[in-house]
Design a protein around this ligand. Structure first.
Ligand code: AMP
Ligand code: ZN
Length: 137
């Protein structure tokens, strides 16, 4: 993708603070971190979300996420970390090139997770379960 900023980083047309690279993936520091060490891991080949990314690449991304997380966890002396992927604009995806956030966490760092709610009824819960599982048979 010509005008994709993460493709430009892959091609070396934009700078990044590189953390890791192999044939299929690249990891670099997020320029606006939730905490120092916040890293983005991307596939080098452009895709927008996990839905249009091939399974082999996804497997590689998750094993590389583990490798990088371990290095960040140990080097930055973390007490925990979050892994997140925003998928599509409505869910907060700003850069339309798949990227996995590895976000360092510390005690009392003030970062809040997403809010939760109750299902309105057992019926609603059953319907949702049916709707999803129908496509997984
Ligand atoms: P998302 O909202 O999941 O699409 O996250 C996009 C992330 O990319 C944000 O956390 C930005 O801070 C980060 N970001 C955008 N442009 C760059 C860049 N050129 N170098 C490093 N991080 C970037
Ligand atoms: Zn791209």
């Amino acid at each position: 993708m010509n005008d994709c900023i993460f493709c430009k980083i892959v091609r070396g047309e934009l700078p990044c603070y590189k953390i890791y690279e192999d044939n299929e993936t690249l990891a670099f520091l997020d320029r606006n971190p939730v905490n120092p060490g916040h890293t983005l891991l991307i596939p080098k080949k452009h895709s927008e979300t996990i839905l249009d990314t091939n399974d082999e690449t996804l497997k590689k991304l998750i094993t590389t996420t583990k490798k990088i997380s371990k290095a960040i966890f140990e080097s930055m002396k973390l007490e925990g970390f979050n892994i997140g992927i925003n998928q599509f604009k409505i869910a907060g995806q700003v850069v339309p090139h798949l990227h996995i956030h590895i976000m360092p966490r510390h005690k009392n760092d003030g970062i809040k997770l997403w809010p939760s709610r109750e299902y309105e009824s057992e019926k609603e819960k059953n319907n949702v379960q049916k709707k999803i599982t129908r496509l997984l048979k």
